[in-house]
Design a protein around this ligand. Structure first.
Ligand SMILES: C[S@@+](CC[C@H](N)C(=O)[O-])C[C@H]1O[C@@H](n2cnc3c(N)ncnc32)[C@H](O)[C@@H]1O
Length: 209
């Protein structure tokens, strides 16, 4: 069904590790609107809903799984969304090596893979290095929003961002307190009766030199 959809207007190419280059989002979108990133978009429900609801904001969604990347790109292309781009990349490589300083208004990380086995925990995305990168790419006052259904990962998310001097927690909700979101996995997890943990952190203003 999607075979005839041209996804080129809504996709951007990965910048390989071999290239020392970062995205210029002004050139990508052809305007100076603020930019928000979602890492691990899955089937893209949140990203597409946001891009439709907020046409004055540019959204970039990063997804490693080719199947999901293509699915979301086709949905975005069919809707003619000009303020959305999908990228197939590893979220860690993307944020660390290809996003510039002080240029992102919002960072969304919803239900990242929890890697529950002890020997795999180091693969989790939200770690101290990730908070450092988030602080680097976000503008002053920019916000990171996180959600998980995994209690141990929830502890880790809070520990990581509470320990980073550049962030202050502005929202915390667990279980029934957590407002309903619109990601595909949240819908699934809520239907299964799982406890949802949600956190938001604001990047503190940089000290002027
Ligand atoms: C549990 S799903 C959550 C998807 C979506 N955020 C949601 O809430 O519906 C995790 C997503 O992250 C993607 N993912 C896992 N590792 C990734 C990585 N290193 N870089 C980018 N995406 C990744 C998976 O393919 C999957 O789509």
């Amino acid at each position: 069904m999607g075979a005839n959809v041209d996804i080129s207007p809504v996709t951007i190419e990965q910048i390989p590790l071999t290239q020392d280059r970062r995205y210029e989002f002004r050139d990508v979108f052809g305007n100076d609107n603020s930019v928000e990133l979602e890492l691990g978009i899955g089937k893209g429900r949140f990203l597409i809903q946001q891009a439709q609801a907020r046409p004055d904001v540019n959204f970039v969604g990063v997804e490693w799984a080719g199947r999901y990347y293509r699915l979301v790109a086709e949905r975005a292309a069919r809707r003619g969304l000009e303020n959305l781009r999908v990228l197939r990349d590893d979220a860690a490589h993307f944020i660390r090596d290809t996003v510039g300083n002080d240029c992102i208004h919002g960072l969304h990380v919803y239900f990242p893979d929890p890697w529950p086995k002890a020997r795999h925990i180091k693969r989790r995305l939200v770690q101290p290095w990730f908070a450092r990168e988030a602080a680097r790419v976000l503008i002053d006052g920019g916000v990171v929003k996180l959600a998980t259904d995994h209690p141990d990962y929830a502890l880790q998310m809070e520990e990581v961002f509470n320990s980073d001097a550049d962030f202050e927690q502005i929202f915390r909700a667990i279980g029934d307190e957590a407002p309903e979101g619109v990601t595909n996995w949240e819908v699934k997890f809520r239907a299964e009766g799982r406890t949802i943990h949600k956190f938001e952190y604001r990047r503190k203003p940089r000290q002027s030199a």
